[in-house]
Design a protein around this ligand. Structure first.
Ligand code: FAD
Length: 510
């Protein structure tokens, strides 16, 4: 149901503590009346996310058919002398703490830009001499970008583990996966952006043009503008992937060998490296040959935690030096549990899209749309032994939090551009630690309490972690999070979104 174009005024009732009911109104641009919806279905879809923890209703949802619609929406609010409304771009709503929501504001359903676009919002350009790139709408899913580029024998270079998120949504955070150690996060592989700022202006930005906006928006949590287009670096795509999983029972060996592996350069370097903890004997062991699964289960039971290095090497699928290259790689992985090295060979597409079959299986069991009280941290390398002892062994294992999917792998600080808004620890090497729990609707707080205990443990022991995809309870916590970047972040906010309209669900300025 579209907003009534006669009135275009929302009267919203709010309960003011101790004062009963009061009312205020927002007015919305009349020219968008047929694209602004406030029916129950639209409001419900915009008030939920993958986390299923937070739910706040917007006043309306915009289903834009062009970037101009987004400009009109934001500039109307910016120019309003009466009551400006907040605006949240919603990509695929795969945030877990309401980051793409706008209480009593307007949510922009970015995916709507793609409808009727007939593929025109992914344009592949360039040549071998100057390099290839794709000009991509901010609303595009990475899986669609991958499928489009593969048709040209090309591919983006840096990824997230899961591809059903939007380009705008991940670039607002960083976009990390097993390629980050080598290629940097997704934000390090962007050449140019078109952004609708909080003043409703559409600006092109790059390191040369409007650099403050460019660096602000990348990792900027949606605070400075809506990404309408991103120019993403491409390279020739490989066809197949040799994919290894190697098991350890010793944390020091596991991390030392991860660090040795990411330090490799040239053709012998792995294209991808991640780490994982196996703590649950009932964990999904589909990757491993059926005959080896009982052995892995008994190792988990024996040691409590088995650490797993996941390494991948891309190759062209035909004449192969890949096995020779893998031999060199594996000279750096020698301390694993004897016999516990396993290999699969899959297509490049299946490798990058490897989480999707899990999504389908979980959906089938009704276990996808459940609460996800996640915690993602960057941990400085100098403290990982303390982190293992205090967090993995004490908080998780002793308290039986063994069903979480826990990821743990290193990356290099110098692959990140420090001018961008994303925040990382102050050490040359740091680890990404992901605690990716799924829970029932009636017990997510148990996992949240565990996550707060982890943060508390780090704070009390001086482990200077930074949250990734995080949420903070107060402005002071955000200031602490940004540290030396806070002043620049705040200045950019006042420059590009002076009325504090954008991405209120991050709860930084609102
Ligand atoms: P949304 O949740 O819709 O939005 C996120 C934030 O970005 C909001 O503040 C929103 O207002 C803002 N935003 C959205 N679109 C735009 C835009 N066009 N312009 C400006 N701001 C915008 N992350 C990783 O880095 N690596 C991973 O491996 C990884 N794996 C994941 C696996 C799963 C199953 C899930 C659910 C998430 C994973 N994530 C991972 C996290 C994910 O990258 C982020 O949550 C990302 O923000 C999701 O994109 P989205 O399109 O759903 O964004």
């Amino acid at each position: 149901m579209a907003v009534n174009s006669q009135t275009l005024i929302y009267f919203m009732l709010v309960s003011v503590a101790g004062c009963g009911i009061s009312a205020w109104a927002i007015s919305l641009p009349p020219e968008l009346s047929d694209k602004l919806h406030s029916d129950a279905d639209a409001i419900k879809a915009a008030s939920t996310d993958y986390g299923h923890i937070i739910s706040v209703n917007p006043a309306a949802v915009l289903f834009p058919s062009s970037v101009d619609d987004i400009k009109t929406l934001i500039s109307f609010s910016f120019r309003s002398n009466y009551t400006p409304y907040t605006v949240a771009a919603k990509g695929n709503a795969h945030s877990v703490w309401g980051q793409a929501m706008a209480a009593s504001g307007v949510v922009v359903d970015m995916l709507s830009l793609n409808k009727n676009a007939n593929g025109s919002r992914i344009v592949i350009c360039g040549d071998e001499g100057s390099g290839f790139y794709a000009d991509v709408g901010g609303e595009q899913l990475w899986i669609d970008l991958l499928n489009a580029t593969l048709k040209h024998g090309l591919s983006p270079v840096s990824w997230t583990d899961y591809l059903y998120t939007t380009v705008g949504g991940t670039l607002s955070n960083a976009g990390i996966s097993g390629q980050t150690h080598r290629r940097g996060p997704e934000i390090s592989n962007v050449e140019e952006l078109d952004v609708v700022t909080g003043k409703g202006e559409l600006l092109t930005c790059s390191p040369q043009q409007n650099p403050d906006l460019f660096y602000g928006v990348l990792g900027g949590l949606g605070q400075f503008g809506v990404i309408a287009r991103a120019r993403i670096v491409l390279e020739p795509a490989q066809k197949r992937v040799r994919w290894l999983r190697i098991l350890y029972n010793d944390f020091a060996a596991f991390t030392k060998e991860q660090e040795n592996l990411i330090a490799l350069t040239g053709k012998n370097a792995p294209n991808y490296l991640e780490g994982q903890l196996l703590m649950d004997p009932n964990t999904n062991l589909d990757f491993f040959p059926p005959a080896d699964r009982p052995k892995i289960i008994s190792l988990i039971k024996q040691y409590g935690i088995i650490y797993l290095i996941e390494v991948a090497k891309y190759y062209d699928g035909s004449n192969n030096t890949v096995d020779e290259e893998l031999k060199v790689v594996l000279k750096n992985a020698v301390s694993f549990i004897p016999g516990c090295i396993f290999m699969a060979d899959v297509t490049y597409l299946d490798f990058l899209n490897r989480v999707y079959p899990d999504e389908l299986a979980l959906r089938k069991q009704g276990l996808w749309d459940v609460p996800h009280p996640w915690l993602n941290l960057f941990v400085p390398k100098s403290r990982i032994i303390d982190f293992n002892n205090g967090v993995f062994k004490d908080i998780l294992l002793k308290n039986n939090f063994t069903t979480s999917l826990v990821l743990f792998n290193p990356m290099f600080r110098d692959k990140w551009d420090l001018r961008m808004s994303a925040v990382i620890p102050d050490e040359d090497v740091f680890y990404a630690a992901g605690f990716l729990d799924s829970s029932r609707f009636d017990n997510w707080e148990v996992y949240d309490k565990k996550n707060r205990e982890i943060l508390q443990f780090c704070a009390s022991n001086g482990i200077k972690v930074k949250q990734y995809l995080g949420h903070h309870g107060s402005k002071q916590e955000w200031i602490d999070h940004f540290g030396s970047k806070w002043n620049t972040f705040q200045q950019r906010k006042f420059q590009f979104d002076p009325k504090l309209l954008l991405s209120p669900g991050q709860k930084i300025f609102n």
